[in-house]
Design a protein around this ligand. Structure first.
Ligand SMILES: [Fe+2]
Length: 190
């Protein structure tokens, strides 16, 4: 009798986890943005778009759960994901973005670099006269990137790891992020 056979993680299952743990619409949008960016980066590297997308979609799923113990962030998601088969790399990358595992795969390095850029791009859209992603150019984002006082929460240092860790120059990295996020502009309501 087969009882509780571990199953593979599908996007539907991942969305169930997200909807169960995430309370704030902006965090869900952030997860969707990083999912799209990760899928684009997987394509860039000829890697598994589904696996990279799931990593992006779930990376901050538990962000609001450990109210009193932020240190538990990513560990709660990791526990949930251990119930599925074949999620080791995803778990490791998610833990690594919160400095809880070594950043030893390209997927983990991609997550670390793209996470903060999505926030910077959202901030750029919001200050653009149209308040939309569509008119944003690489130059526009690059100029805001260089303004230290703009969207301070978006760590330039982490974004810039795209160059040494992924071998992607910053302008190209911004272009990939813009392309990915424009592709889901409706979901992001931007
Ligand atoms: Fe994030």
């Amino acid at each position: 009798m087969a009882v509780n056979q571990p199953s593979a993680l599908t996007r539907e299952e991942a969305l169930k986890i997200v909807d169960e743990l995430v309370r704030t619409p902006n965090i869900k949008k952030h997860l969707l943005a990083v999912e799209a960016f990760m899928r684009r980066l997987a394509r860039h590297f000829g890697q598994d778009e589904d696996e990279w997308g799931l990593t992006g979609l779930l990376h901050d799923a538990d962000y609001e759960v450990p109210e009193k113990d932020l240190d538990r962030h990513t560990e709660i998601t990791a526990e949930r994901l251990r119930q599925y088969v074949g999620t080791e790399r995803i778990i490791s990358a998610i833990l690594a973005h919160n400095h809880k595992a070594p950043m030893d795969t390209t997927m983990a390095k991609a997550l670390y670099a793209c996470d903060n850029l999505t926030g910077l791009i959202v901030a750029c859209a919001l200050v653009h006269p149209d308040k939309k992603l569509e008119p944003l150019t690489v130059d526009f984002v690059l100029r805001r990137f260089k303004e230290k006082s703009f969207a301070r929460g978006a760590s330039r240092e982490e974004i810039l790891t795209c160059e040494p860790n992924l071998g992607i120059p910053l302008p190209e990295f911004i272009g990939l992020g813009l392309e990915a996020m424009k592709g889901i502009a409706a979901d992001l309501e931007l």
